[in-house]
Design a protein. Structure first.
Length: 366
């Protein structure tokens, strides 16, 4: 079979990673894989792994994107995929209009993946207008059922995002070389109990909760140190500055380290003693929490969204009632006082995700 996946760009992020993983699985299973996007730094990897990339400006949430309907229709007619799989709203709308101009008996099958809790409106509804709608967690299934009654429940398929256990092996330890370099770059981290908050610098990730925690605990636990792993987009630099000012005003500059955008996230998750998930809004899945648990690092997070689904199955003692700062504080104290064990993870695997997605493709072609 021939599958064409569509997404805005191929830079970085969960949607992009999932697209590459399915593309690779299609090739491994002897199928053809096409990806349409506006391009980006992951195109090279995609092509090395055997897929064909077709560049089309399907990334802008603007009227000018409508000019791409005809070129997209041409691509679909030229390559004749059996299945078109849309993973984002602009590509989904453009595909919707492109398919309208193709005779019904020549149209490919249409599948979508709902990766986010989109704002509820007509614009987002397009993601639920496909023959099969893949949801990345039970929270997303519920979101679709609650807000898009037009989408038949039997058309929704929950397929959890997965990770490769070989890439995040249980008990993984960073190399001596990495540790030496890290302590050289950040000497304040030596022999500390490291609390890690991973994720891009945005108002949604819960940095305020982290600052409050350190403020409450730093005198009782001089060995406690927080690390924020994630960069700030140019638009978020002001927010980063605002946070650093607040940290300075509270006298906590030497207790919280910002290490910026990193490509060695696995090392940081393994190096940390506890990883936090404190987003102000529910996350649809929470892949980083899963990666941390996979290497054996405890995760403590708010009981909502996809992160709660992961924790309830893998590390229930890490679940904290949303915004209950007292319970959060106690959980962290417990982990500092007595290191906790995380059992090896044997669910949420990349293989399961790929197999289940390819099954959806095969079922629809029957």
């Amino acid at each position: 079979m021939k599958v064409m996946q569509l997404l805005p760009e191929l830079n970085s992020g969960g949607v992009e990673r999932g697209t590459l993983e399915i593309a690779k699985a299609l090739i491994a299973d002897g199928h053809e894989s096409l990806v349409v996007s506006n391009g980006g730094r992951l195109v090279n990897q995609l092509e090395i792994e055997g897929s064909t990339h077709l560049t089309l400006a399907i990334h802008k949430k603007a009227l000018s994107s409508l000019w791409q309907i005809r070129p997209l229709r041409k691509l679909i007619q030229q390559h004749r995929p059996d299945i078109v799989h849309v993973r984002s709203r602009v590509p989904a709308w453009l595909t919707h209009f492109a398919l309208k101009g193709i005779p019904a008996n020549q149209r490919p099958h249409l599948i979508s993946t709902v990766h986010g809790f989109y704002s509820v409106n007509r614009y987002s509804q397009i993601m639920t207008q496909a023959e099969k709608v893949i949801a990345v967690s039970d929270s997303v299934v519920q979101y679709i059922k609650d807000h898009y009654k037009n989408c038949p429940a039997e058309d929704i398929v929950r397929i959890y995002r997965g990770i490769d256990p070989q890439a995040f092996p249980h008990g993984y330890q960073p190399s001596a070389e990495w540790l030496n370099q890290t302590i050289k770059d950040f000497p304040e981290l030596e022999n500390k109990f490291v609390l890690c908050l991973p994720g891009r610098i945005t108002r949604l990730k819960g940095h305020e909760s982290l600052i409050a925690l350190i403020q409450q605990l730093h005198q009782q636990y001089p060995q406690l140190h927080a690390v924020v792993v994630g960069g700030a987009d140019p638009k978020k630099v002001a927010y980063l500055q605002e946070m650093q000012n607040a940290i300075q005003a509270k006298g906590l500059t030497d207790r919280i380290t910002f290490v910026g955008h990193r490509s060695d996230i696995r090392e940081w998750l393994a190096f940390s003693d506890v990883v936090l998930s404190l987003s102000n809004q529910a996350e649809t899945f929470g892949r980083t929490a899963l990666e941390a648990l996979s290497v054996g690092t405890p995760v403590i997070g708010w009981n909502r969204g996809g992160v709660a689904e992961i924790l309830s199955q893998l590390y229930p003692q890490g679940l904290i009632d949303v915004d209950n700062q007292t319970a959060l504080l106690k959980a962290i104290q417990k982990h500092i006082d007595k290191p906790q064990q995380v059992q090896p993870v044997n669910i949420f695997s990349l293989k399961e995700m790929c197999d289940q997605t390819l099954d959806v493709y095969k079922q629809i072609l029957k």
